[in-house]
Design a protein around this ligand. Sequence first.
Ligand code: NAI
Ligand SMILES: NCC(=O)COP(=O)(O)O
Length: 331
Amino acid sequence: MTQLLAISAGDPAGIGPEIIGKSWDAREAEGLTPFFAVGDPRAFEAVWHGPIEVIGDPGEARDAFATALPVLPVIDSGPVIPGEPDLDGARCALQALEMGVGLARAGTACGIVTGPISKIQLQKVGFNFPGQTEFIAEACGVSRQNVAMLLAGPDLRVIPITVHIGIADVPGALSTELIVNRARAAAKGMARNFGIERPRLAIAGLNPHAGEQGSMGREEMEIIQPAIDLLRDEGFLVAGPLPADTMFHAAARDRYDVALCQYHDQALIPVKALHFDDAVNMTLGLPIVRTSPDHGTAFDIAGKGLASPRSMIAAIRMARAAWTHRQSYEG
Ligand SMILES: NC(=O)C1=CN([C@@H]2O[C@H](COP(=O)(O)OP(=O)(O)OC[C@H]3O[C@@H](n4cnc5c(N)ncnc54)[C@H](O)[C@@H]3O)[C@@H](O)[C@H]2O)C=CC1
Ligand SMILES: NCC(=O)COP(=O)(O)O
């Protein structure tokens, strides 16, 4: 029997508990695969009025799911004030993440959907990672160079090659090796999680007009084109380096399955402009399925009942679909 999905609640003062509760409300209308939450039950009670069943073991979640949101409890986060994050809440978010990843790695859950955390809050309690992506990679024994952060919406999939670093550090962080590693993770991840056997990769330039033959920057000639040549030698279908300003309109998007972009906002601006409501963040290159909504903690609206569960629902759906694709990919 397929195990249930684990959903870590994220920061208890953010919108994670509300969108998980709303996803449970929508379980029948949306045909969602059963799931259980990992977090502080009080964080759910503070923002959502649906039924909760505290479980002692993921094995209890299947029966509970029909009538209540099953919650596997973590340490008590203390009083939860939506929109006001604190260190107890950050510890609680970290424990939920650790437990959820552990359950997915053990096969006790069929994958993990991570609720939004505040990176700065987590770092205050000793979390020494740029984000959940790198934490999960390390927990799974995979180098952070060999995973790829995919943001996927109905009409566009993107991967940032450099991720959570300052823009001034981007040129120095780019290397032919990094681009090749991300592209390999992208290609394998498309086959394994989406059933796209020979994905078409598009790789963006860094500079205006993709450098215009070196007149506006040399990274395309010295770093990006050599990566593309290596990837083509390995048999991958790769276009690029493409000028970033003309690769995201509708006709251009039809020519590739996933776009690899040189830095965070080059990738995330187009996908969030098109699909903020229902894009999903998936980590490619892991032995486990991991998805997440595309948005953050939204402390500004937490506890007001305004949070949309659309991206969380899409993340639940994508995790389950990826799990199914993996069964046939891995035989
Ligand atoms: N996967 C994750 O855990 C992510 C975490 N973050 C963290 O979130 C925190 C806040 O980041 P921001 O840049 O402010 O981005 P954000 O996504 O939290 O919020 C941006 C804007 O979108 C709105 N919004 C976000 N999700 C919404 C939803 N489901 N329904 C309705 N409105 C929604 C917010 O109210 C806000 O106005 C940061 O600490 C960041 O580290 C950001 C992105 C992803
Ligand atoms: N901007 C995307 C993002 O912050 C995702 O971070 P994470 O999934 O690595 O925590």
